[in-house]
Design a protein. Structure first.
Length: 454
């Protein structure tokens, strides 16, 4: 998902809209914005689909006020229904609250059951609604103490923006699993999931919100509160660098582009395949392929053309649509491929179905050899922190050998990036990143059985 918040700007909802537009790739299932004038009630609009489908000029102009928060939803927890679209807005004993959450809580089932036993009624199947109930039920005096108490019970990944209609709050889990960036407009302050949104809004980058930190924004500026104790390590999602974030975003101390290119360079250093051309699977394969080409000297060509009017196929949760998606999305360029020894680079193989189809397309164009290279290690485990990977058994690398995968996708050779190569490219070690989908070392423990029932 993607979240954004603006405080103190007469065009708050327009800026949030632009942010959601900038990180549309973080979630295409639904979008929503809630806005208000300080101390007044929220106006909100949420809908299914892309930001451009959910909002039009009229809807946006109705979202008045100098405070706004927004959300792009990517289904990882709860069903793909409108009720699950965020921001969630409530009125309760303490006043008002609107909240948008990126990430996934791993103990929400347990917390939810406990709340239901106390009489709480849930309107959605979403893990983020649990947060609202915990906040509303909490008896501490100050809102900061409420948050401290609530978030000390919550486990998992969360980058959250909230408003009580007076202030805007931004916070990150103690391991900093998902990104959250603080920026500054000429008029007002902003919080966004990805820094590429700052560029579009014309905001300047202030800094990343720290793990375990709460940022409180009001008319005087922003205040930093150490909300939760942090361990010595972090668990930034390394898959953000590999696939999820936009290359023009800065997060976890690096430009995504630089890391992604280095992943390709490292992949080339670990490889010695002779080929006539190296081509990316667009879009996620482009930057690593550039790095691979520069390091290896194999010429880079855009051998596959992507139709940009189709969303990322992966984000569409239904398997039947995925299959259709690959064909309408990509088409090879015959003059680049015919008679050539081709290296094709992608960021990951999940089920293997896309890769298999891509290789078939390349062969049908007359390639002499097709060598598949992946700019990450094999995806062997599902993510429980906010990326929608399929179940363990659907992950081809979970229960197949390298050679079995190669045979399935019909490549002449197949090679992945090493784990060491991945960490070296991201300029950090295991103590800095979550890499659980590549090695099964989950930084936040959870009950997988509970979780799978979603
Ligand atoms: Fe990211 Fe993978 Fe960890 Fe999920 S399991 S947070 S996708 S590195
Ligand atoms: Mg891709």
């Amino acid at each position: 998902c993607g979240v954004a918040a603006v405080y103190g700007n007469s065009e708050a909802s327009n800026h949030v809209y632009l942010s959601l537009y900038a990180f549309q790739h973080r979630g295409q299932e639904s979008a929503g914005i809630a806005s208000c004038f300080p101390g007044e009630r929220f106006t909100s609009h949420r809908g299914r689909g892309l930001v451009s489908e959910v909002f039009d000029e009229k809807k946006l102009s109705e979202l008045k006020g100098s405070i706004a928060i927004g959300h792009n939803r990517y289904s990882t927890s709860g069903k793909a229904i409108l009720e699950n679209a965020q921001p969630f807005s409530i009125e309760y004993a303490r006043g008002r609250l609107s909240l948008a959450h990126n990430g996934n809580l791993v103990n929400s089932h347990h917390l939810r059951r406990e709340l239901e036993q106390k009489g709480a009624i849930f309107r959605t199947t979403n893990d983020s609604e649990v947060l609202l109930h915990l906040i509303a039920h909490n008896r501490h005096d100050t809102f900061i103490d409420v948050l401290k108490s609530v978030f000390s019970r919550v486990r998992g990944a969360y980058s959250i923006v909230m408003t009580d209609s007076e202030r805007v709050y931004g916070m990150r889990d103690p391991l900093g699993i998902r990104p959250l960036i603080l920026g500054e407009l000429e008029e007002g302050l902003v919080l966004v999931s990805e820094s590429c949104a700052l560029d579009l809004m014309g905001a300047s980058f202030v800094r990343e919100v720290n793990p375990g930190e709460l940022i409180v924004i009001d008319g005087k500026g922003y205040e930093s509160i150490e909300l939760l104790p942090v361990p010595g390590n972090t668990a930034h999602c390394i898959f953000e660098f590999i696939y999820f974030a936009r290359p023009d975003s800065y997060q976890f101390g690096s430009y995504v582009h630089d890391v992604r290119k280095e992943l390709g360079r490292t992949l080339a250093r670990e490889d010695s395949t002779e080929a006539d051309v190296v081509i990316p699977v667009p879009d996620s394969g482009i930057v690593p392929t550039l790095g691979y080409s520069q390091e290896s000297g194999v010429p880079f060509e855009m051998g596959l053309i992507r139709n940009h009017y189709v969303g990322r196929t992966f984000i569409e949760p239904r398997q039947s649509i995925r299959h259709f998606g690959v064909k309408i999305k990509l088409n090879p360029v015959r003059s680049i491929i015919e008679g050539k020894r081709v290296i094709v680079i992608d960021d990951s193989i999940v089920r293997g179905t896309t890769s298999r189809k891509i290789i078939k397309m390349i062969r049908d164009c007359g390639a002499k050899e097709v060598h598949m290279r992946i700019a990450a290690p094999p995806t062997i485990c599902p993510c429980f922190y906010g990326v929608d990977t399929p179940t363990r058994t659907e992950l081809i690398a979970h229960n197949h050998t390298l050679d079995q995968i190669r045979t399935y996708i019909t490549a002449d050779t197949l090679q992945y990036l090493s784990h060491e190569g991945m960490f070296a490219s991201a300029k950090g070690g295991k103590e800095m990143f979550c890499s659980a989908c590549f090695d099964g070392d989950y930084p936040v423990p959870f009950d997988e059985h509970c979780h799978m029932q979603d």
